[in-house]
Every structure is written in structure tokens, then in C-alpha cells.
Ligand binder design. Structure first.
Ligand code: CP
Length: 312
């Protein structure tokens, strides 16, 4: 693997290879010194043009735990502010000699465009409504850890599907790994066309959750809505929120997931977040191992003995 731009670029088997690699990197993180020399001598740049807590921090930790040299490029204090173009910015960073470029941008397609301007491997850390492939991989990893497999599992995605790159990536990943995926959302928060989406649309959350193995709640993305697409947040919660009453009707082994950041009390009630079926922080933890696997697969030497420790 060189670039990782979209889940579309990966087969189910390639995803499983990455998840196996992530599992071996999970063992590294349980050591007293959670670090291996796998990317020693490689340089990774994190270029986030849109806000992030989870993705940015976990890519940062992943690169450090693989012993890569790391540069955190800050768009808000860069020469972009003086009018430099994105292309000139990327070509400038590239000219310094880098191996990996992790990019988040508010516009769909920017990571792909950037592959034309750099020799580095480009990893998409979220672009507009389009894709968030490492989120989908860490979600699959979390489900596999809890349920053993995604094959024949019933996964329900609920909420703002229309503006969600997570939904687009997860639907493709879960489908390729053998799950059956359903969507539930107000009509205004579904894409205009679902042509080519391997999903079923459920008429209500109450019906959708009856046999769910995984209930994946999505954030309402007010920042991506040009106009108000909801009558009110209270009404949204009544129809599409995971209330304590609804959580009580989920199966005992059903996993409750959310990519974060979360609108507490809207997508999921605060009391439900105490439930042991909630896997939100497991998702965050998985993010580091999965991103170590993705960085290693993109810019690593091809093989590495994970039992290798850092020489002291
Ligand atoms: N899930 C996710 O991408 O979160 P951040 O925006 O905090 O990175």
C-alpha cells in the first residue's frame, strides 16, 4: 500500500491484513516503553486544515511509537495566511524531503489532488463529506475485537448520514467485511441518492434496533449544513437519539458506537454512555494501533519483526 485515500481502494482481504498488523502493534502499546524502531529515519508530516482531536492525536502517537520523525504543520500559523496556495504549500513541504503526509481537509478530493504535488505517501485523515478511511478501519477493528467478526452481523448507522464521511467509509468497509448495513435518519439527513450504497433504509430507529449487533450513532454536523435541516434538536432526539429507554431494548451483546466528537444528550443520552456496551473509548484506543498499521504499510520497509524493541 502507498497512499490511503479511500476505503474503495482496499479489498476486504487487504483490510484484514491491516487489522492483523494493527493487532500486532497493539502488543507494542502494552509494553513499558511502547515504541519500536519500525519507521526510524522516516519523516511524517501531519497537515490538518480542519479541526481534530482524535485523528490528529492518534496519528501523532502512532508516528512517534514507530520512531518516525514527526512534523505537525499548523495551517493557521503558516504562509497560507499570507496568500500562499495549497499547491505551493504542499510542494514546499515536499521539497524538504518527507515520506508520509497525513492530511485532513474540509473539501472532498483534496488528498487525491495532493498526490500530484508530492512524492510522499498521502493518507487521508478525513476530506469533506467524502471519506475517513482510518476511522472505518478502527471501527472494524473495534467490532472485530468485541464480536469476533463482522461477517453476517447486522450494523445500523443512525443520524446525519448525508454529511458524514464516516458513514460513507464505514458502509463500504463493513460491507466488504461481510456485514449487513442499515441506515436510519430523517429524510433531510439522507443523501439525495443512495444509488450504489449497499444498504437498506429502515423507517424508524425503533424498528432498526430490533436485531442490531451494532448501533452506530453519528454526530449532527451543524457546521456542514447550509440551512437548518431539522425542526429542533429535541424532536431529533425523540426520533433518532439513543435514549435510556431505547438502550434498554438493545440486545445484551449489542455494541454502541460513535466516532466522536459527540453532542452528549442528543445522539446518545449521558446515562447511556455509562453502559458497558458503549465502545466509544475502545474506538479511540484502536485508533492508535490502526494508524500505526496504516503508516507502516504506507512507508515502512515491507516487513518488520514486531517483537523487536528499541535498542537502549
Ligand atoms: N472521529 C474523528 O475524526 O474525530 P476528530 O475530528 O476529533 O479527529
Amino acid at each position: 500500500m502507498r497512499h490511503l485515500l479511500s476505503i474503495e481502494d482496499l479489498s476486504g482481504e487487504e483490510m484484514q491484513d491491516l487489522l492483523r498488523l494493527a493487532k500486532s502493534f497493539e502488543t507494542v502499546q502494552q509494553r513499558p516503553v511502547p515504541k519500536v524502531p519500525a519507521l526510524r529515519g522516516k519523516t511524517v508530516v501531519l497537515a490538518f486544515f480542519e479541526d481534530s482531536t482524535r485523528t490528529r492525536t492518534s496519528f501523532d502517537l502512532a508516528a512517534r511509537r514507530l520512531s518516525a520523525d514527526l512534523v505537525n504543520f499548523s495551517a493557521s500559523s503558516s504562509s497560507l495566511k499570507k496568500g500562499e496556495s495549497l499547491r505551493d504549500t504542499i510542494e514546499t513541504i515536499n521539497a524538504m524531503g518527507i515520506d508520509g503526509l497525513v492530511i485532513r481537509h474540509g473539501s472532498s478530493g483534496v488528498p487525491k489532488q495532493i498526490t500530484q504535488w508530492t512524492d510522499a505517501a498521502v493518507i487521508n485523515a478525513g476530506d469533506g463529506w467524502h471519506q475517513h478511511p482510518t476511522q472505518a478501519l478502527l471501527d472494524a477493528y473495534t467490532i472485530q475485537n468485541r464480536l469476533g467478526t463482522l461477517e453476517n452481523k447486522s450494523i445500523v448507522l443512525c443520524g446525519d448520514i448525508k454529511h458524514s464521511r464516516v458513514a460513507r467509509s464505514d458502509v463500504q468497509a463493513f460491507n466488504k467485511l461481510g456485514a449487513s448495513v442499515s441506515l436510519v435518519a430523517p429524510r433531510t439527513l439522507l443523501p439525495v441518492s443512495l444509488e450504489g450504497w449497499p444498504v437498506r433504509v429502515e423507517p424508524s430507529l425503533d424498528q432498526a434496533i430490533e436485531n442490531a449487533d451494532v448501533l452506530y450513532m453519528l454526530r449532527i454536523q451543524h457546521e456542514r449544513m447550509g440551512q437548518s435541516l431539522l425542526p429542533s434538536v429535541r424532536e431529533y432526539r425523540r426520533g433518532y437519539g439513543l435514549t435510556a429507554e431505547r438502550a434498554g431494548r438493545l440486545g445484551p451483546a449489542c455494541i454502541i458506537m460513535h466516532p466522536g466528537p459527540m453532542n452528549r444528550g442528543v445522539e446518545i443520552d449521558a446515562a447511556v454512555l455509562e453502559d458497558e456496551r458503549v465502545a466509544v473509548l475502545d474506538q479511540v484506543t484502536a485508533g492508535v494501533s490502526v494508524r500505526m498499521a496504516v503508516l507502516f504499510a504506507s512507508i515502512g520497509p515491507g516487513s518488520f519483526d514486531v517483537s523487536q524493541e528499541l535498542p537502549t
